[in-house]
Design a protein around this ligand. Structure first.
Ligand code: ATP
Ligand code: MG
Length: 710
């Protein structure tokens, strides 16, 4: 039999073979193939903005531009991963060569190379939110505030204040008045702590997330030669989700573009700007043409994502916002079902509905991975999550729990961090305090008498100085020796991160975890996973950097539930983390007043419009089916009785003809529920239900939500 011929397509260099005309509409094609200079693509959800950027990269490569001359950034990690993946599928270019990712990851890359100009070593630590809190706690002590008696802001509040100050450049004093008037009396102490925090970070050779942006910008602004060099290098700058960039990010982009002749393409949708609480600066997009003279504007007006029915609803909703670029959006898709409006009696019933409908959808052929459950704040998901677990439906929570911020993971990585960056006091203390017989006083004394070191070997030498050990009280000696021994083994593993993790475990952490944690098995499993994860990296430095950025930027997806092997799960996500993504069916749950819009947002200027944009982002994720649900009763807990809730105003303002109401009945069971048990969830379900609803109206759910970091 003649052999079948199989021809391997030769790829010339990495010039992709893409049929740009066939894959894009006319408006998109014009943007993809345009010439140099500042460009702004402003368009509604689902019109192919990200697709246009992706193809633009493809186009540039096909024109002979090298991948390393392209910078492709976006706002959240999920979106960045999705976008870079789309580029890879389209062009098959090696992603490592492209400067792609989030602002923070590109900033870290830049600062590793050039941070020495600001006095940092190449192995500076990156502080995540919990490190930041630890360091702030030290600063509070330094400044000598007596925090007993009157209420003093927690390190978390201090961290948010400082971060908002950095990202908006609003004076700290004003922010305190605006956001936390209850702390006005502490203003002086807060300012002193903020200053101390800056010094402490420097001393520790550490940067927090905001520093990754501000110091990057500082270097670009201070050093014209560097700016020019990067301008030469990053010939094409492409930014997605521009509506959510803050002042600092906007200036970074413009500083880079200044060096490359203004070759900047920004893409965004003002109606999807939902990060004001993190300092998103609307003006970046609204005044882009003014700030970048000669800007060519492209509009994309065909929605490819959603059915006309879903589009009609989302258009009607966003039309209630006065302040926006006017856009006409037309549907390209065939007609489908009307979005469903589902009033439920109580959260349990809402969860029951979601679960049953998901099972039906699966039977009808929609894979679970094409289904998402969206909510405004993490606390809204718990009832649904419990029901999914009971029904054995696999699901994945986007960024719900920060894997890398769990105590055991941080304990282990603290050992690695301090070796790599011996000036990292937070890591030093964390690792040391784990040892028996060593408390704060001894740790302080050790830190103070330790010879300053910047390199791992030098650090080890300092640790091994005998008189240091001799100064210790006898009860602390064994612990100290164990710490030094672990440090020694980590120093030997600088190029073997997996072995480094294992050496910390074997150096005593595993034994400690067994006595310290009741659920130590699952924690040890986590640490095993951590070692496996570490094995992907060549150096400890690379591993730690990735880890800290991952930790904050998108948390760890929590997977649970049974189901078929390899079945990709249903996604549970806050709206903030769902940006740029799409699913066949979307369940938007807990749409009640006080939750969406959130109570706190309403008290702020522009709050209602921002919340409406959140509603818009959530609903525009759906391709075919959209389910909007809310529980009428909020079950009571403890002394508090059940409360009646109002459906979200964003549901009430939509013309009723655009939705189909669904009425939910509980099928009668052999033991028909008593009227009383209808008011309150049954035992067992109760824990999930009341916890799910248990949010403090005084706390903006978003502040407790890691969605910004995806
Ligand atoms: P968002 O505002 O939510 O970020 P977007 O404007 O970035 O949306 P994309 O995610 O790029 O939109 O595109 C939405 C969907 O429409 C994707 O599935 C995309 O592949 C599809 N799409 C976009 N343009 C076209 C086109 N010309 N032909 C076919 N499908 C398209
Ligand atoms: Mg997009």
């Amino acid at each position: 039999m003649a052999a079948r011929r199989f021809v391997l397509q030769r790829r010339s260099g990495h010039r992709p073979e893409v049929d740009f005309k066939a894959d894009l509409n006319e408006q998109q094609h014009a943007a993809v193939t345009c010439g140099d200079g500042p460009k702004l693509i402003i368009a509604g959800a689902g019109t192919g903005k990200t697709r246009t950027l992706t193809y633009r990269v493809g186009w540039l490569l096909s024109q002979g531009v090298a991948a390393e001359n392209i910078l492709l950034v976006t706002f959240t990690n999920k979106a960045a991963r999705e976008m870079v993946e789309r580029v890879r599928t389209l062009t098959r270019v090696d992603n490592a060569r492209l400067w792609g990712g989030t602002f923070h990851s590109v900033g870290a890359r830049f600062l590793r190379r050039h941070g020495s100009a600001l006095g940092y070593t190449e192995s500076f630590s990156i502080l995540d939110a919990s490190d930041q809190r630890d360091l702030l706690r030290l600063c509070v002590t330094d400044v000598g505030v007596n925090v007993t008696g009157r209420r003093f802001p927690t390190p978390k509040v201090l961290g948010s204040l400082i971060s908002l100050h950095t990202n908006t450049r609003v004076a700290l004093e004003d922010l305190v008045v605006e956001r936390y008037p209850q702390f006005v009396d502490w203003e002086e102490a807060i300012l002193a702590i903020a200053q101390r925090y800056v010094t402490r970070k420097r001393e520790a050779n550490a940067m927090d997330y905001d520093d990754l942006l501000t110091l990057w910008l500082k270097l670009l602004q201070d050093d014209g030669e560097l700016r020019a060099r990067y301008g030469q290098r990053l010939r094409h700058i492409l930014v997605d989700e521009y509506q959510d960039t803050n002042i600092v990010q906007g200036e970074i982009v413009e500083a880079l573009a200044e060096g490359n002749g203004g070759n900047l393409m920004a893409v965004g949708d003002d109606c999807q700007s939902i990060y004001a609480f993190r300092g998103a600066h609307y003006d970046n997009i609204l005044r882009f043409p003014e700030r970048n003279p000669g800007t060519e504007i492209f509009k994309l007006e065909v929605n490819y994502r959603s059915t006309p029915e879903i589009l009609a609803l989302t258009n009607a909703s966003i039309a209630c916002n006065a302040d926006q670029y006017q856009k006409e959006l037309s549907a390209e898709r065939d007609t489908g079902m009307l979005p469903a409006l589902i009033p439920c009696n109580y959260p349990d019933q809402e969860a029951g509905f979601v679960v049953e409908r998901i099972l039906q959808l699966r039977d009808e052929g929609t894979p679970l991975r094409e289904i998402a459950i969206l909510y405004r704040a993490h606390s809204h998901r718990l009832t649904v999550e419990t029901s999914l677990l009971r029904a054995d439906i696999p699901y994945e929570v986007r960024g719900g729990l920060r894997f890398f911020e769990q105590a055991h993971v941080k304990d282990v990585t603290a050992h690695l961090r301090v070796v790599l960056n011996p000036r990292d006091e937070v890591a030093f203390r964390r690792a040391l305090l784990l040892q028996q017989g060593i408390g704060n006083v001894t740790a302080n004394r050790l830190w103070e008498s330790l010879v300053a070191a910047t390199e791992p070997e030098q650090f080890l030498q300092a640790l091994e100085t005998t008189d240091l050990a001799e100064k210790l009280p006898s009860r602390a000696r064994a612990g100290w020796q164990s710490f030094v021994a672990t440090a020694r083994s980590v120093v030997e593993c600088l190029n073997a991160p997996e072995a480094a993790v294992q050496s910390v475990m074997e150096g005593g952490y595993e034994a400690l975890a067994r006595v310290q944690f009741t659920n130590f098995e699952s924690r040890l499993e986590d640490l095993e996973q951590l070692a496996i994860f570490a094995a992907q990296y060549d150096t400890l430095a690379a591993f730690l950097e990735e880890l800290v950025l991952l930790g904050e930027m998108y948390g760890q997806d929590v997977k649970a539930g049974g189901g078929e092997e390899d079945e990709r799960p249903v996604v549970l996500s806050t709206v903030h983390q769902s940006k740029g993504l799409e699913w066949d069916a979307v369940f938007f749950v807990h749409l009640v007043e006080g939750a969406l819009p959130s109570q706190r947002a309403l008290a702020e200027r522009g709050g209602e419009e921002e919340e409406r944009r959140i509603f818009y982002v959530g609903t525009t994720r759906a391709r075919n089916e959209l389910y909007l649900s809310y529980p009428i009763v909020r079950p009571g807990s403890g002394m508090a009785g059940a409360l009646l809730q109002q459906p979200s105003r964003f549901l009430q303002e939509i013309p009723t003809r655009l939705m189909e109401p669904w009425e939910i009945f509980d099928a009668p069971t052999s033991q028909e529920r008593s009227p009383a048990s209808r008011q309150r969830p049954q035992a067992g379900a109760g824990a999930g239900a009341s916890a799910g609803d248990d949010w403090d109206p005084n706390v903006d759910p978003v502040w407790d939500d890691d969605s910004y970091f995806d």
